[in-house]
Design a protein around this ligand. Structure first.
Ligand code: ATP
Length: 291
């Protein structure tokens, strides 16, 4: 089934931890393809992802996944069968082998028939390139391999919706590249929501990017639209410019500044990261950037 319209629909969703409002009156819909979710620490990304993954039920507002309401037990089970979730830190039994770990998740997904389940476990381990490591204990795997085992677990049952919370954190560039390839393939015909601090991952993978801050969505659009937020606000100088919101010396020995450029400044090409940084640094005159 192709899910091009509204795999996830969120209306006025709020999630609180005592007095902390982690998700604040958020409205959003997700369709197929890879959507990136950026935001500073504490913005509410993990809380939103956990709500979408039905790990935390919404208290205020409405959430529909595949048109179903996760607050009801029957529909919640139906959602979970078609959902893959890679949490920020997947709790796993370190004495489990990679195979046992993924098999355990398959059991939780109610795949009861053993032979069929084991075939599925082998399929997903192969998909993430862990077939040869399947009998190694989780504690003996490298961080990158463990992340891949987590992704394999999320892929059990070929879910229509994949929710990935910082899947590339701690990976070396080569591993990140492999993860990117995998996620790009997974985004074809599926809805993938990818939370990350890596703006390069978003630029490489996503056709849509959401930027979250203080429980709200501050930007929702194409990655190049986020880069355009910094249009005319990046400049190059030979010395550090004290008026810049941020500025750093590049490998070429020049300073790259972002903020409000002085008149006559030599403007530079903005990147998605520049747009993201400006969105959060409340540069005067930057209000137009908020969608
Ligand atoms: N279990 C919890 N109990 C109380 N407060 C929490 C809990 N989990 C998160 N919070 C608070 O909710 C807010 C949002 O946190 P959340 O983990 O969703 O942000 P995040 O964007 O995922 O951050 P990070 O990028 O650091 O992972 C923060 O203020 C955080 O302190």
């Amino acid at each position: 089934m192709t899910l091009d319209t509204g795999t996830v629909s969120v209306k006025h969703l709020s999630v609180k931890y005592r007095r902390t409002v982690a998700v604040d009156d958020l409205t959003l819909s997700l369709t197929s393809g890879v959507t990136g979710l950026l935001g500073p620490n504490g913005a509410g990304k993990t809380t939103l992802l956990r709500a979408l993954a039905t790990a935390r039920l919404p208290e205020t507002g409405d959430l529909r996944v595949f048109g179903l309401d996760p607050r009801q037990a029957g529909p919640r089970r139906a959602i979970r069968r078609r959902l893959g979730f890679l949490p920020q830190s997947s709790g796993f039994h370190s004495n489990f082998t990679a195979f046992e770990f993924v098999d355990y998740v398959a059991i939780l997904k109610e795949m009861r028939e053993r032979k069929q389940r084991h075939d599925e476990v082998r399929r997903v381990l192969e998909a993430v390139g862990l077939a040869d490591e399947r009998n190694k204990k989780m504690k003996a795997l490298s961080g990158g391999m463990r992340q891949r085992a987590g992704l394999a677990a999320a892929l059990v049952g070929d879910p229509d919706l994949l929710i990935l919370d910082e899947p590339t954190v701690g990976l070396d560039p080569e591993q990140r590249m492999r993860f990117r390839e995998l996620i790009a393939d997974l985004g074809v015909g599926r809805t993938v929501l990818l939370s990350t601090h890596q703006t390069e991952d978003v630029a490489a993978l996503c056709r849509r990017v959401l930027v979250m801050g203080k429980g709200r969505i501050n930007f929702d659009g194409a990655p190049d639209g986020l880069a355009r937020v910094a249009e005319g606000k990046v400049w190059v100088s030979s010395d550090r410019d004290p008026t810049a919101v941020a500025g750093w010396r590049t490998g070429l020995g020049e300073y790259r500044n972002i903020g409000v450029p002085p008149s006559g400044a030599r403007l530079g090409e903005p990147t998605l990261e520049d747009g993201y940084l400006l969105l959060h640094d409340a540069v005067p005159g930057n209000e137009a950037s908020v969608s």
